[in-house]
Unconditional design. Sequence first.
Length: 281
Amino acid sequence: MAGILFLCATPIGNLEDITMRVLRTLREVDVIAAEDTRQTVKLLNHYEIRTPLVSYHEHNKREKTGILIKRLLGGENIALVTDAGTPAISDPGEDLVRACYDAGIEVTSLPGASAVITALALSGMSARRFTFEGFLPADKKERASVLERFAGSTCTTIFYEAPHRLVQTLRILAGAAGSDRPAAICRELTKRHEESVHYTLGEAAAYYEEHQPKGEFVLVVGGADPERQRQERQQAWREMSLEQHMQLYLSEGMDRKSAMKAVAKDRGVPKREIYAALLPE
């Protein structure tokens, strides 16, 4: 029988933030695949766990995925851990998980610490709907797509960022969504110097230009104001033709009938006038 891949959540700072189930699993599996063995060995030494370690990270995943799949098919149980937090979230673990499903190997997730959820809860921002974007993509086209989506989103958006890129990222986000967009800047989560401070994106960029950023950051950014978006849309359509106005709503995913109703409401005219102007005779 094939073995099982265990996705084991590990602490994001405080070593006490680990479950008894994860500790037991790390002791019982045949091998632990770690994103950074240097970091993981500190955790294992703290809890006196002697399970063998192998590396599995972005730069060796192509080679190591096949090796780990072969070991799992041979009956070994493997625990996957990331540097900190939950595996397969903004790390190469997702590739190994997909490969396991393709090979018919059982995968199970052992929940625990997650910087995304920790920061969201700490931020005080709306958590009813949120988007996690991780680190901004390096590719310009992909990054532009993320920023366009972020600028128009009315839900909370969460980003990761390293200290040396923090100011640049804050400036980019402010440029995309407006410098007055509210944000919680969460730093060193669960560690001794943990903090969550609230600024606008513009204020945060200005502050960290004067105060050198230290530690790992999670940015929790509030969504766009729907009423403000509505007012901006109303202002914009005044310079549009009827067809352009329709296209504005169609591009947002509305069907043609709903878009016509929205256009009529914007323009303050009966729906039949829009239907008559746009529907073919």
